[in-house]
Design a protein. Structure first.
Length: 291
């Protein structure tokens, strides 16, 4: 389970105890978020959707209370009555911002796990295929690759442990596919499970799935390469051409108008450029296919 909940002023276990008095709110919130249960499962959270929703509400309420008290005290100390409505508005924004972020966080973790899974999926499945083609039983083959392949090994290790504890092989594969955030990995587990049910060749099924995954990966890389050209043009326009020409024109215009440009304006432009470049790099990196 992830060790922390974002924007929470309390550790998860302490926050859980505080949130029990808001279990009713948790029921209402989780009823409007049917995807939350699956996201929590795929993100490896131990909390139910109701418990996590109550925790999100409690953390947001604590943030709201702390911000409201602090800002109102600041307004009172500085004797600025105009800051009172602003303090309330900021506290409300903080409540909804932290509430939405906490609820979305399991999905973010699940997507991160999905990328890690799919990065190691093809080489792990190729080794699994080699093991099976060599005559090794499926259970022993999964046990042999339960290390060295990151999240893929972690998922297969769970399957091996469940089978060792007495869970039937088909049931263990079904549970693993449910808690898995990667559609590609789930598809492989479903196909292997179906092959076991009907008694067909698991090696042949794996070989077909690996070929399909390879084609999909090549298509993803090709699409990513095609997307880079327009994104590069947008970056050149927004981060190079527009700022340089804009600042130059501003200097020329204020020179004719004999207006003094505040230094803070240039600092804002620089900060905006840095923020845009960080956002753009993160965006492009998030679009890059797992290789």
């Amino acid at each position: 389970m992830p060790n922390a909940i974002p924007f929470s002023p309390l550790p998860p276990r302490v926050l859980e105890k505080f949130s029990r008095r808001f279990s009713g709110a948790g029921n209402v919130i989780s009823a409007f978020l049917p995807f939350l249960r699956e996201s929590l499962l795929q993100a490896e959270y131990e909390f139910s959707a109701r418990e996590y929703s109550a925790m999100a509400f409690t953390a947001a309420l604590l943030n709201f209370s702390f911000a409201l008290v602090s800002l109102l005290f600041l307004a009172f100390a500085t004797k600025q009555p105009a800051l009172y409505p602003l303090s309330i508005g900021v506290a409300i924004l903080l409540f909804f911002g932290s509430f939405a972020t906490i609820l979305a966080y399991p999905r973010i973790i699940a997507l991160k796990r999905m990328r890690q899974l799919e990065t190691q999926l093809i080489p792990a499945m190729r080794q699994l295929l080699i093991e099976i083609k060599s005559g090794v039983p499926l259970f022993n083959a999964m046990a042999s690759i339960s290390t060295d392949y990151g999240e893929v090994s972690k998922e297969l290790k769970k399957v091996v442990q469940k089978i060792n504890s007495g869970t039937p092989e088909l049931e263990a594969l079904a549970e693993a596919s449910t808690a898995n955030p990667s559609h590609q990995f789930r598809r492989i587990l479903w196909q292997v499970s179906n092959a076991l049910k009907v008694g067909s060749d698991v090696g042949k099924v794996l070989s077909l799935q690996i070929d399909e995954l390879t084609r999909e990966r090549v298509d993803q890389i090709r699409r990513y390469g095609q997307e880079l050209s327009p994104w590069t043009m947008i970056y050149m326009m927004a981060a190079v051409i527009v700022p340089s020409l804009g600042v130059t024109m501003m200097i020329v215009i204020v020179g004719f108008l004999d207006v003094v440009v505040p230094k803070v304006l240039l600092l804002v432009v620089i900060a905006g450029l840095v923020g845009f470049q960080l956002f753009f790099m993160n965006f492009v990196n998030s679009r890059r296919p797992a290789i």
